[in-house]
Design a protein around this ligand. Structure first.
Ligand code: GAL
Length: 738
């Protein structure tokens, strides 16, 4: 029997770049959880066979399955070991696991990703992290059977192993080389630090060479070579300064002496295109703001420049007041209409004024919301302290000076049980919701929260089902200005509804909450989150929603940003307008992690420029998803380019249309209120691309460009300067005057 299983699950033994590789695409599988299942001798002959390349939901396993184990019986031929010039470790590439896993080899734990229930922190979003584990070659039963057992936990459907066959290799010396890059500053000079170490307990030696090349002119700007000897404890670091305002390519090559083999790794370090803001006051936000009659106004004029700054207005409408120190506008206006006034900001370096209009009527959200949300960084580990620290950083880092105003708590704030009278209760991580709201409002910022029309939220916390009126009342008491209402747990109820295939069934729970929200004596931005079901963009506006998520959850990987941005949004431009926006999910720049473990976004630097540029063009909600208390200068420069943000916030409110899709080239354009057009030219391929704008002017409906401005650099380009060199996954964002 056992022999049969081996045939069944060992799909292929082949030669990889560095020796033999075993690739396995099936395993024995059982739902449930038992520590016995890690034991090699456990009798799994009654288990079923499952593919490991596809999630378990796709293979008949019930979607609400939480635990499942995969077991692999692997014959390991000793010639595999002999083919390696290191013979130290065996490496397992398990692909990915939704959501977390523990892997045991011959009964011994060899790796773990994510946290299991009951552990401190949470399980979410480790699903797209590749699992690479190793064992000592001594622990392998060569020319005999070995058992790899993988315990998986799914925090919610889908679940299981996916992302490729399980691969087993015996790495060689050069594969032990681990080259990584980080930003560094030495003696005031910006640079990139290249680190070489050994992944395995083995010494490797040879030559490390780093070449830095300027992207625009192809010139080598720095080169360093060093003889090195490292192991898994002792690493070698090379610091190479470069000019951070230019895009450079860094290539590190390690020539391993004993094997005669080489490893090369390429990297693009941070480059900052956004010019520094002047010390004198500069207004950075859209000059309009919508509010309903009588609703309290919480607004902060977004003005960059040195502090202290003084704010004033001589023609402020009656009922409003400006805080002279932080620029917060307070008060309310009872009568419908447009109120225009001038605000002046003054500091030691100068003074600036801007005309501003408040539109009192039925519409709020006249430009896409800008702010911060806790989900992409903290996931379910969010707490009031973490929210407050990001809110303070929003002010201290100057993000509030660029219009980032919403501070939104996502899932994870709710208690386990409602209060006896049915009102929603908060968990111990959120001691004072009202206090938090008051603090934010004093600063002219806004307060957002999350719930679900279902009994439970996505994270398994309490939803609003059957308590919609009470929850809307609580939101009012706490001073909530934004509600993200996430379908998730409603799925179970929806499945039982006779009209579940109809649009009406999708609208129903959202309309119900809308009625309760709109009854509150304050404006609550209503953000639907149901991943685009029932073509939400066609009816979101009808139920007076202010934005609607058009996609599933974003992650900090290129394929996610690519699918969500460049594939799924292309046809949605007709559905965005002031007051109602398509929401392609939150930003994934900076330190994210969906848990208490944060990491730098896995998007490359070029991909981050592309992400922000496309979201600006798409008039997307600009909700920052990273920890603002740990913001680096590059991320700040991405988020605080006033000319790029002005595209997102343009008062015409037109979402960009994709005009050109030509192989790896895409061009998106968006008409702006000043008669010009914002154009994003994107290289979605893996190589460098040269594009001549002239070839596309006709398609873009631009007969005769009167001016071209590079928005990231904030520089006018010569009219004949139309040939752009774009890095892989990179962008040129321009504004063309017609
Ligand atoms: C998902 C939603 C995410 C986040 C999460 C919280 O359904 O799309 O953005 O809110 O739930 O559990």
């Amino acid at each position: 029997m056992r022999f049969l299983y081996n045939i069944l699950i060992v799909a292929a033994i082949s030669m990889s770049a560095y020796g033999q590789e075993i690739a396995i695409d099936k395993a024995l599988f059982n739902e449930g959880d038992s520590q016995e299942w890690k034991t090699p001798s456990f009798d799994d002959s009654s288990w079923k066979t499952l593919e490991v390349t596809r999630l378990w939901d796709d293979q008949g396993v019930a979607p609400d399955t939480r635990f499942g184990w995969y077991r692999f019986h692997i014959d390991m031929p000793s010639n595999m070991l002999q083919s390696s010039d290191l013979q130290e470790v065996v490496a397992f590439d398990l692909g990915m696991v939704d959501d977390c896993d523990e892997a045991y080899f011959n009964g011994k734990l060899i790796g773990k990703t994510g946290l299991m229930p009951g552990e401190m922190g949470d399980i979410t979003n480790t699903f797209d992290i590749p699992r690479n584990y190793t064992v000592s070659a001594k622990d392998v039963n060569w020319d005999g059977e070995n058992v790899l057992a993988v315990r998986c936990y799914s925090g919610g459907a889908p679940g299981g192993m996916f992302g490729g066959p399980v691969k087993v290799t015996v790495p060689g010396l050069v594969e032990a080389a681990d080259i990584s890059f980080s930003q560094a500053k030495v003696k005031g000079k910006d640079g990139v630090e290249v680190t070489l170490k050994s992944r395995y307990p083995a010494t490797i030696s040879g030559k490390l060479n780093v070449v830095v090349t300027d992207f625009e002119n192809g010139k080598v700007v720095a080169e360093v070579t060093k003889n090195v000897k490292v192991n898994d404890v002792r690493s070698e670091k090379l610091f190479i300064p470069y000019n951070k305002s230019r895009r450079v390519d860094v290539k590190a090559t390690f020539d391993e002496k004993n094997s005669g083999k080489s490893l090369s790794v390429a990297h693009v370090p941070h480059y900052i295109l956004t010019p520094a803001a002047p010390a004198s006051p500069r207004f950075n936000t859209a000059p309009i703001y919508g509010v309903r009659p009588g609703s309290p106004i919480h607004y902060r004029f977004g003005v960059s420049g040195e502090r202290p700054m003084h704010f004033s207005s001589t023609d402020l409408p009656k009922g409003l007041a400006i805080d002279p120190y932080n620029g917060a506008l307070r008060g309310s206006l009872e009568d419908r209409g447009s109120y225009t006034f001038t605000v002046t900001a003054k500091n030691a370096a100068g003074e600036a004024s801007q005309e501003f209009t408040i539109k009192v009527g039925d519409r709020i959200g006249l430009t896409p919301p800008m702010g911060w949300n806790s989900w992409n960084c903290w996931g379910l580990s969010v707490s009031q302290d973490k929210v407050l620290s990001s809110a303070k950083a929003l002010i201290d880092n100057g993000l509030a000076d660029y219009g980032y105003a919403y501070v939104n708590i996502d899932d994870g704030w709710e208690a386990e049980k409602r209060n006896p009278e049915g009102t929603i209760a908060v968990n111990s991580k959120f001691p004072d919701m009202k206090g938090l709201g008051d603090w934010l409002h004093d600063e002219g910022l806004k307060f957002g929260i999350y719930s679900s029309p279902g009994d439970l939220t996505c994270g398994g916390y309490l939803g609003s089902l059957d308590h919609e009126a009470q929850d809307a009342d609580s939101y009012n008491e706490w001073g909530i200005d934004y509600l993200k209402y996430d379908w998730c747990g409603y799925r179970r109820k929806h499945e039982t509804e006779p009209d579940r295939e109809t649009t009406a069934s999708y609208i129903r729970p959202y309309l119900l909450m809308q009625e309760h929200l709109r009854r509150q004596p304050r404006d609550i931005f209503y953000s639907l989150c149901q991943y685009g079901m029932g073509d939400v963009w066609k009816w979101g506006e009808m139920i007076d929603a202010n934005s609607w998520r058009t996609t599933g959850d974003i992650s900090d990987r290129w394929d996610s940003v690519y699918d969500i941005g460049f594939v799924e949004q292309a046809d949605l431009y007709p559905y965005a307008a002031p007051g109602g926006w398509n929401d392609p999910d939150m930003l994934v720049v900076g330190k994210v992690g969906w848990s208490s473990n944060l990491r730098d976004s896995r998007l490359t630097v070029d991909e981050q420029y592309t992400h922000i540029s496309l979201w600006a063009l798409m008039a997307a909600n600009m909700m920052i998803g990273c920890d603002l208390a740990q913001l680096d200068d590059f991320t700040l420069s991405l988020l605080c380019n006033n000319e790029v943000n002005a595209v997102n916030q343009d008062v015409l409110g037109k979402q960009a249309k994709r005009d050109v899709k030509d192989g790896d080239l895409q061009i998106w354009s968006r008409p702006l209120s000043d008669g010009s057009v914002a154009v994003g030219i994107f290289n979605l391929g893996n190589g460098v691309m040269e594009v001549d704008l002239n070839n596309y002017l006709k398609i873009l409906n631009i007969d005769n460009p009167l001016g071209i401005r590079d928005l990231w650099r904030q520089q006018d380009l010569a009219l004949n300067d139309t040939k752009y060199k774009l890095p892989s996954h990179g962008v040129k964002l321009i504004k063309v005057k017609k």
